[in-house]
Design a binder for this molecule. Sequence first.
Ligand code: FE2
Length: 378
Amino acid sequence: MDNAQTLSPEASEASTADFLPLLGTDYVEFYVGNAKQSAYYYQHAWGYEVVAYAGPETGVKDRASYVLQQGKIRLVLTTSLQPDSIISDHVKKHGDGVKVLALWVTDAAKALEETVSRGAKMAIPLEEKTDAFGTVKTASIFTYGETIHTFVERKNYTGVFMPGYQAKSSSFQVKPVGLQYVDHCVGNVGWGEMNTWVKFYEEALGFKVIISFDDQDISTEYSALMSKVVSNGNGFVKFPINEPAKGKKRSQVEEYLDFYHGPGVQHIAVATDNILETVADLRSRGVDFLEVPASYYDDLHARVGDIQEDINEIRKLNILVDRDDQGYLLQLFTKPVEDRPTLFYEIIQRRGARAFGKGNFKALFEAIEREQERRGTL
Ligand code: FE2
């Protein structure tokens, strides 16, 4: 039975002007235990290039940050150089994790004012940072857990990232894997909190719910979760919000909350236009993916019809396929990229489909449960 409701962002757009126009995801910042080594992992395994750096060599005494880029995706990896700091506290509690989901705006002051006047809580006031390349304005609000959204206005800036950082390049030849943009970022929130956070995105940021899944959609024999996807007006920014649901055993969202010690970013979906090449490259560099059983492919054609890709290649790389009324999508999920079973990545290629792979949920969650079982956390 199909309990999902799919609305297009256009159809649900309010008649009033968008009070928070977003140009896209500006960057994702991680607080990590060792940014130098994380930066090496993202360069070597994922093909991101270092483009900027801030640290003692550039006059920043308390932290080191590496800015990495591939396509339109920008990651910032930040570590503390001191035992007592917001960054160290974050890493101690959560392990390596996402602190900032930054949103690219045309007017940071207005973004802060509009969202705070609608109930958002300010995390960092408006800041104007200037160097020889111009000015960047930023301001931040809190979202779930200790995660924040930073509004970034860079229309008067021509430098590589922002003032305070210096241009830097990778010290070896990085080979990109074809990643292009952030498709969506998923948050895990606590029991019964999904609707609170959906309401926050609706009211304070002007987002709309475009899809919702209940625990009947997303359940296996053992565990369940519920999810709603909120999107901004132009669809450039999409945030699915998950909460755990009761099952016979422990929900994967509950496992996340236990290990992250609170709500946080569960996965980041990055888009490619050639998933076969991207996944083959990532696998050859040691990135681990969830495995679905061979039987998943037995009825693939019956479920999704004709696709452009070679089914044998799809099967060999263990890629998942799903179709909605507008096309199909190919996707694949990594295992968690830290020792704690917290953040992971999704690789996604959209061929028309605008949904999130509901047809794959069962196979996917059973794969996650096999991993939970190995960790003794199911
Ligand atoms: Fe996803």
